[in-house]
Design a binder for this molecule. Structure first.
Ligand code: FSO
Ligand code: SF4
Length: 550
């Protein structure tokens, strides 16, 4: 069996994973995910047609977002779970189909059904029909279809994060299905697909705004906070990873008074800055670094681990009996904490029981790092920032947001952060920060030189800061500010963030460690010419160029 996947930055030889994913995705999981995507496009056909007739199924809208989320990099590796999602796609599609007049032009993906209903049948169908039906012979059209699809996946993930906190936007839900359907339109031109990809970016801004409101209205506005990197050697802990702050809330509530500590990992680090989470003294610190270091770090953590979203790696034997998934995350054989029932919390008792049998974590490091520089904090210090810019004490901001990954070339980002002159400030968000957030780069005008806005979706904060500064200094465009963008990408949320920046008119972004494999030469050329996107170069060349505003 073979597979083909090129959706993330670590794809094999920057071409595609064909035998097994670098991420651990095997051909069966790849086929099931491809088939789920194919089936979702069929569901989208009826979703779009029904919506045009005023028929909206809100549960199905959310289901589409969640099922798409399951196909993101490092989310779901569970065959049975993916097969269930495929089955549910068919059921929901047929329910919608029954509510509207017959659609004589329905494509094959809108009518397919596997009577055998087995994983093997889905895989066979995926490999023979789904792959062919969604692949376009024109490399530019195919490239743009992929760009749009991966942007939609990122959008779906952020929609789900907001939905968990009771925020849903009908236009976002509609666009997820319109976008999916557009990727099946053989008549779509290059220009139309580019416009759709940029529209996807605009929707990304809406989704990140919605999620920011959801997080801040529920947990308060992040404020500058020192986070402990060490451990409490006297008590066992539970480690929570991923992006889902409501899961953290439920876990903290249920562990309060039990003598069990809670630690954040990876993208959960920014939680420490939210006022609501500061009320829990047993949220003692952050353990470890970015997602790709998890296997070694989960081993030494000793206690249970909860994966709330991406990025999950293959669990090692040493901790497979103490890792749990929840939400859209899945790994075969790993216990899954079920969704919350209306008005109730998720039930984290299995983790709490397991923690009681575990030793305290082994300390990996000590000290503190500072988080909590989202838009409210940075704009609260706007006068200070403007004064520093006007006096020349602050020469430039460098946005170094995005993702981290395991490729050694990513040491570029550590080296850039280290080599940037002391009159610059780094704005960061996402797990990319782990390449430089423990370097102790000092302060400038009372602010840390690494301002951490939060998770990857909190890139929204960076955009908000840039737009407010544009207005404050009376600049014509965001591109006239002394801000450079040196973005690291890995998975599809980052594709959406990139499209969002482009939709907002940001130009001159450096993107690395490699440009996406799914960009055809012509599409890459278009992005370079239109948006001045550049691949990263050497540290010295890039710093010199950024400081001169190029
Ligand atoms: Fe990182 Fe993974 Fe947040 Fe991504 S943990 S790589 S862009 O899933 O989502 O930044
Ligand atoms: Fe390869 Fe990335 Fe796809 Fe995994 S998600 S199979 S590493 S391209």
């Amino acid at each position: 069996m073979t597979m083909f996947c090129d959706q993330c930055q670590e794809t094999n030889h920057n071409i595609g994973c064909e035998i097994r994913g670098i991420c651990g995705k095997d051909p069966v999981i790849a086929s099931l995910q491809d088939y789920l995507l194919y089936a979702l496009k069929g569901l989208a056909f009826y979703g779009v047609r029904a919506r045009a007739l005023g028929i909206v199924d809100a549960h199905t809208d959310v289901f589409v977002a969640q099922a798409l989320f399951a196909t993101l990099t490092n989310v779901n590796f569970d065959q049975e779970r993916l097969a269930q999602l495929i089955r549910e796609t068919f059921v929901r599609r047929d329910q919608l189909r029954a509510r509207i007049p017959p659609q004589l032009d329905a494509p094959a993906m809108a009518t397919c059904l596997m009577p055998a209903d087995s994983i093997e049948a889905y895989v066979a169908h995926s490999d023979t029909i789904a792959a062919r039906a969604t692949h376009h012979p024109d490399p530019d059209i195919q490239s743009l279809r992929e760009l749009l699809t991966y942007g939609l996946k990122g959008l779906a993930a952020y929609c789900d994060h907001a939905y968990v906190l009771d925020r849903c936007d009908a236009s976002l839900m509609a666009f997820l299905q319109e976008g999916l359907l557009a990727t099946t339109n053989d008549g779509a031109t290059v220009e139309e697909l580019i416009a759709l990809a940029l529209h996807c970016g605009q929707q990304g801004v809406t989704a990140m705004t919605l999620l920011d409101e959801a997080n801040t209205s529920r947990f308060g506005h992040p404020e500058p906070t020192s986070v402990n990197l060490g451990v409490d050697p006297t008590a066992p802990g539970i480690l929570i990873s991923g992006h889902d702050l409501l899961d953290l809330y439920d876990l903290l509530e249920q562990t309060a008074g039990t003598g069990i500590n809670v630690y954040t990992h990876g993208e959960m680090l920014p939680a420490h800055a939210y006022p609501v989470f500061k009320q829990y003294p047993h949220l003692v610190g952050n353990y470890g670094g970015a997602w790709w270091e998890q296997q070694r770090q989960f081993e030494s953590f000793n206690g249970p681990i909860l994966m709330t979203t991406n990025c999950m790696q293959k669990p090692r034997e040493s901790y497979i009996d103490r890792i749990f998934t929840t939400g859209m995350v899945g790994w075969e054989g790993v216990p899954h904490i079920a969704d919350r029932q209306p008005g109730q919390q998720k039930d984290f008792r299995p983790l709490i029981e397991r923690a009681r049998t575990c030793a305290p974590p082994i300390e990996l490091e000590s000290g503190q790092i500072t988080v909590g520089f989202a838009h409210t904090t940075v704009l609260g210090a706007a006068d200070q920032v403007l004064a520093a810019l006007q006096s020349g004490a602050l020469r430039r901001f460098v946005v170094m947001a995005g993702c981290d990954g395991r490729q050694k070339e990513r040491s570029y980002y550590t080296n850039v952060a280290q080599a940037l002159p002391k009159d610059t400030i780094i704005l960061t968000a996402g797990c990319a920060k782990y390449r430089y957030n423990k370097l102790n780069l000092g302060t400038l005008g009372g602010l840390p030189r690494v301002l951490d806005a939060g998770q990857c979706n909190d890139c929204y904060s960076l955009v908000k800061v840039a737009l407010a500064l544009t207005e404050a200094v009376g600049a014509e465009s965001v591109n006239d500010l002394p801000i450079s963008y040196d973005i690291a990408w890995y998975e599809q949320k980052a594709v959406l963030v990139l499209l969002s920046l482009l939709a907002l008119g940001v130009k001159g972004i450096r993107l690395g460690p490699t440009l996406p494999a799914f960009l055809s030469p012509n599409v890459a050329d278009f992005l370079v010419k239109t948006f001045d996107i550049k691949p990263i170069d050497t540290v010295a060349n890039d710093i010199a160029a950024m400081l001169s505003g190029v």
